[in-house]
Design a protein around this ligand. Structure first.
Ligand SMILES: CC(C)(COP(=O)(O)OP(=O)(O)OC[C@H]1O[C@@H](n2cnc3c(N)ncnc32)[C@H](O)[C@@H]1OP(=O)(O)O)[C@@H](O)C(=O)NCCC(=O)NCCS
Length: 168
């Protein structure tokens, strides 16, 4: 038996976190969307105002998985929550309870901080993960669709001329 340890990532873990991000992107067939590098990741996660937190799971000394999350806010609840951006367990270590341990750890963070809920998105073909999440008590919000504006569309939107007054 080898012990499982979960801890927050520190600045010296940046290359490990980046490796996990790339592995998850590959699994999700989204590697072409990954532009992050060590420098930008270090600045975002360990700069003056960290944009997200990272949990790392280890089996003995072997990196086993990670979770990346950040704080969001629900106006309906009037309370912050957590948005889980990434969850990944090394292929050879899946089905042993590591993913569950990471999610339980995150739920504890949520509860301890008085947050209202834990949200995340999952690709519709990722049935293994969907089944896993349902077993964790997650409800699939089928009536919601994720929206995104990025790249040129984001720039165009930011540059759009808008009204400065309204005739009533
Ligand atoms: C989804 C994922 C994080 C689950 O992690 P995990 O460590 O394999 O999950 P656990 O071992 O805690 O499994 C929990 C349950 O799901 C089952 N399970 C989930 N994934 C499994 C897998 N790949 N192989 C075998 N069983 C799996 C387990 O048998 C277990 O069932 P039980 O609670 O009835 O015993 C992991 O499979 C993974 O990294 N998948 C690829 C990346 C991914 O899809 N991430 C989520 C993106 S939204």
């Amino acid at each position: 038996m080898t012990s499982l340890r979960i801890r927050f990532a520190a600045e010296q873990d940046v290359s490990l976190v980046l490796a996990f991000i790339r592995k998850l992107a590959e699994y999700e067939k989204l590697s072409h969307d990954v532009v992050v590098d060590e420098e930008s990741l270090r600045a975002s996660l360990f700069g003056a105002t960290p944009a997200a937190e990272v949990l790392l799971a280890f089996i003995g000394d072997e990196p086993a998985g990670f979770a990346v999350y950040f704080r969001n806010f629900s106006t309906f609840l009037g309370r912050p929550g957590i948005y889980l951006e990434d969850l990944f367990v090394e292929p050879g270590l899946r089905g042993k309870g590591i993913g569950t341990a990471l999610l339980v750890h995150l739920a504890k963070v949520c509860v301890e901080r008085g947050y209202g809920r834990l949200n995340w998105a999952v690709l519709d073909w990722n049935q293994t993960a969907i089944d896993f999440y349902k077993r964790m008590g997650a409800v699939l919000l089928d009536q919601w669709t994720i929206c995104r504006v990025s790249g040129h569309a984001l720039k165009r939107l930011a540059e759009r001329n808008v009204i400065s007054s309204v005739t009533l």
